[in-house]
Design a protein around this ligand. Sequence first.
Ligand code: ADP
Length: 481
Amino acid sequence: MFSSVRARLTLWYTAVLALVLVTFGFATYTFLARMIRQRMDDSLAEAANAFATVFTAEHQEEEQSSDEAAIEVIRQFRFRDHHFIVYGDGRRLVAAAPAIAPDLFASDESLSLLPPMAILLETAVHSGRAYATLRQGDAGVRAFALATHVGAQSYIVVVMRSRHDQEEALEQVRHGFYVAVPLALLLASLGGYLLARKNLAPIVAMSDQAARIGAENLHERLTVANEHDELGHLAAVFNNLLTRLNRSFEQQRRFTADASHELRTPVAIVRGEAEVALSRKQRSSEDYRESLAIILDEGQRLTRIVEDLFTLVRADAGQHVLALSDFYLNELVGNCVHAVRNLATTQGLNLFYEPPAEMMYRGDEELIRRMIMNLLDNAIKYTAAGGVFVLCEQHEAEYQIAVADTGPGIPADAQAHIFERFYRADKVRSRAETSYGGGTGLGLSIARWIAEVHGGRLELDRSDATGSVFIASLPKPTEPA
Ligand code: ADP
């Protein structure tokens, strides 16, 4: 039931509001009760003071005994809800509002016998004034006692008032809260639920939209209602993700299409060659050898393409584990140069290599060899005359291996694409066999990946009519290997 964010939000909202309302109600009620009680105490004190003033005046003006004056004043002081009692010395009951006393107390005697009343009178004798709440009926009676002297006598004037009205008012307030708080909570939770639903509606719409997006319609985007709010931001982030996914899907699609296209040619050649070989009953062994040589050649080419593809797929998945070892980079470059020297000579090219100082390195030797061989092979393959120069340099933080040639250079518009997979600026020459195999258009992208996976870079430094220069930079090992 509470699995939806909407319901949980409403629940939280209602719970917090309930806490606030109950606290607020409780505080208000306490304050109100205290204020009402204070008012009653003030009014009792006021009435007692007025009574004492009139009592003294009555005694002086009428020249009657103080007890008689008390009885007279009690007669005059007829408030609807205030009850007066006058005690003389020793808790002697002098006068009491006659019509009222029987409502509150069983008898006049019981007035002075009630233990709280006794305490009240006692306190008033000592402190001059005192308050007490007497148990009487449901709500009780609030009493105020004031000690006063009239003539030679000392009296205690007690004013009492039933707490019934006051308690009834407070009860009404309580009942008001009992109804108002749950009603307010109900309305607020309903409002909260509707509000949550309204605010979460864009998320629901977004998830519906997102659910409809698949591989076939990855170009679709979520609607961004307001890009400045959180939901708009979420939609924008999601759309960016879709753009990136779409791009990599596109790349993947193109890669697959290019790969199958690349594989199709050697497979067609193998098939065609086999068909030709089998078409006639009798052929010379020379012819068979020729066909088989072509089939072997294309088979090798297929193997290379599949291996390159496999390398790239594993590189993309981040699954290629580097077989790290310590070796001398200068030696490895030397070995590679040695391996292609024959090929270069056969093509009438000069191969210049100045062995550098020791270059200690830590990396995947096989991969680094592959990168260098690819650069050398390309240089030889695409250079008709002149030479290939290999230069190793040590910089502060990196080693640089530069492979320069005197070839025709790479067309300006092709330079930006040569590191892309399957890109070949010179398709005819690219298919030519080299020491490292015929071109597949994957060589430079694999070489660049090798440099990058070692924390380095592979860049085309320069390419024009006088030749091309590729530079591979590899970071020096931080600690002595
Ligand atoms: P390929 O297998 O076709 O050589 P690469 O990825 O190694 O594939 O190279 C991509 C393209 O870059 C080549 O087809 C070629 O057109 C161009 N290229 C690479 N190296 C050179 C170079 N040294 N001189 C001229 N063109 C080059």
